[in-house]
Design a protein around this ligand. Structure first.
Ligand SMILES: [Zn+2]
Length: 195
């Protein structure tokens, strides 16, 4: 096949050169009391993320998620007995992008994944919408997670953080149930503040 970025012949969807070019550039943001770690630069992976609803996109997302998870495993000290949950990991277009992230972090960073635990009841599209619009149209997440199932706490995953509305809404829901939300991890941040 050919590399999705440079179109050179490659055994994988992204060739070794392109995959190494997408280097982790970690940033953190604090939204309310939630700390959000983002691994890649938005502009570097924008084109790749925009293909996420195609089958090729799901494979590229998996490569990026694996790379992010390995980076996290090497650089973060994680408490024991914690769980990772992808936000709204109901499959759309054949796969759930946040479930792919949760799976990669289970495999490469040892954070046990829980699936289907935070599902949006309101399927509003946020792309290109203002913070005001996002606040007025919450996703109304539902969860089946209980304190007993959550161990020492959970880490939330999303592919991208824009305003942080989605992650905060999910975190608040869990906190109301007495579940500690340790932090959130996204593949990238759309407006970056360097850590
Ligand atoms: Zn390439």
């Amino acid at each position: 096949m050919r590399c999705a970025l440079c179109h050179r012949l490659s055994w994988n969807l992204l060739c070794g050169a392109c995959l190494s070019w997408i280097a982790p550039t970690p940033t953190t943001r604090t939204i309310g009391d939630l700390r959000v770690y983002s691994v890649f630069d938005y502009h570097e992976i924008e084109m790749l993320l925009k293909s996420k609803y195609s089958i090729i996109g799901s494979r590229i997302l998996r490569l990026l998620a694996q790379k992010a998870a390995r980076f996290f495993a090497q650089n973060a000290e994680l408490p024991r007995d914690i769980y990772g949950i992808g936000i709204d990991d109901k499959p759309k277009g054949g796969y759930a992008h946040t479930a792919i992230i949760a799976h990669a972090f289970e495999r490469y960073a040892g954070i046990a994944a829980l699936y289907g635990r935070i599902i949006a009841q309101n399927h509003v599209h946020y792309a290109g919408k203002s913070l005001d619009f996002r606040r007025k149209n919450p996703r109304r997440f539902a969860t089946t997670l209980t304190q007993k199932l959550a161990g020492n706490g959970v880490i939330l995953y999303d592919d991208i953080i824009v305003t942080g509305t989605t992650l905060c809404e999910a975190a608040r829901l869990l906190q109301k149930r007495g579940i500690p939300v340790l932090c959130a991890i996204t593949l990238c941040s759309a407006t970056r503040t360097t850590a």
